[in-house]
Design a protein around this ligand. Sequence first.
Ligand code: NAP
Ligand code: MG
Length: 399
Amino acid sequence: MAKIKMETPIVEMDGDEMTRILWKMIKKHLLEPFVELNTKYYDLGLEYRNETSDQVTIDSANAVKKYKVAVKCATITPNAARMEEYNLKEMWKSPNGTIRAILDGTVFRAPIVVKGIEPCVKNWKKPITIARHAYGDVYKNTEMKIPGAGKVELVYTAEDGTEIRELVHNYTSTGVAQGMHNLNDSIESFARSCFNYALDIKQDLWFATKDTISKKYDHTFKDIFQEIFDAEYKEKFEKAGIVYFYTLIDDAVARVMKSEGGYVWACKNYDGDVMSDMISSAFGSLAMMTSVLVSPEGYYEYEAAHGTVQRHYYKHLKGEETSTNSVATIFAWTGALRKRGEIDGNKELMEFASRLEKATIDTIEEGKMTKDLALITTVEKPVVLSSEEFIKAVAEKLV
Ligand code: NAP
Ligand code: MG
């Protein structure tokens, strides 16, 4: 069979530890035999990031601006222990943070739903995608411990020196205070990324905040979403047969629990942090979550939501067999290949992406899976495969 051609490259960002091992296996068994892979390769493994003083991360993000589509392997975010382990020159920042800062995107996380791995919420039949605003609020706050009686105020000083003051509280004894902020520009990009992504995957978009209590802060989020929707997206949504709706966060949580899934749920920064962990654990496994960074300009970077699976890597280094789940990393590749195909009008590539996803899901539904899934599946007597055996079992379905 002739291999599928790719006219335009995708940006390939290699990573660390066990996921770097899976990366090679996926390319060897699932991609290279079928596709003439055309990628711009960037090694974001910690060693090379250190060697280039993290320039490689910046270069890779800039390449996404050129080629529009990227696939990324999980990477180590250094901490004190990693400084020593890798003898680092500096505690390099999280690559995901660096890439996100350059592309200014929103992260969408969605579970891969398969029969046999049942969500705890029994009426959830379709994936729920969380879109998390990745700027500001409590993540860029200023906090204070209040030592005793006195008053705390919020003061805005305009460039011409005029002031606006709001009393936060008149303290009669000790306490705490917090100031946080957000930017209309950032909220606007967030809104556009969400509307575009919902149109992309043809699913409804839900958005919720606590605007009844936070009448200026959260209400601004609500208003910006509504204004952009009315001005730019209303007709496109109608045409696509999808809906945008805003509700109070309490109401959203209740509705999510009773829903059957199949929509995008846009969350403010903190809500998205918490809710995405809830959604992924309730759907069964962190190893079955995909993640895509979508920029308002329409750049896409696909990855797995989990980390580098360090514990498995150390076993691998000792020569022990591992059973690490490669599904989310496979889906990162299929997401990127499908998007490349869509942008380039390469139908064959899009079909291959779908075929690979189906082969992966079918393999699990037939009872062949890695250990993490075998522990939670409702399939009787699952066959537990090693990391490589699972990938090879998927490959058998592709030929
Ligand atoms: P992790 O790599 O996600 O792994 C945590 C645990 O979850 C694993 O030890 C494993 O449990 C289970 N697990 C996660 N993915 C799995 C998979 N594909 N198959 C089977 N089991 C899986 O998180 P971490 O250990 O906290 O972080 C390790 C490194 O990853 C850190 O250096 C961190 O900076 C980095 N990280 C990177 C990203 C990213 O690049 N997007 C995201 C998160 C973390 P058992 O050990 O019980 O089997
Ligand atoms: Mg979290």
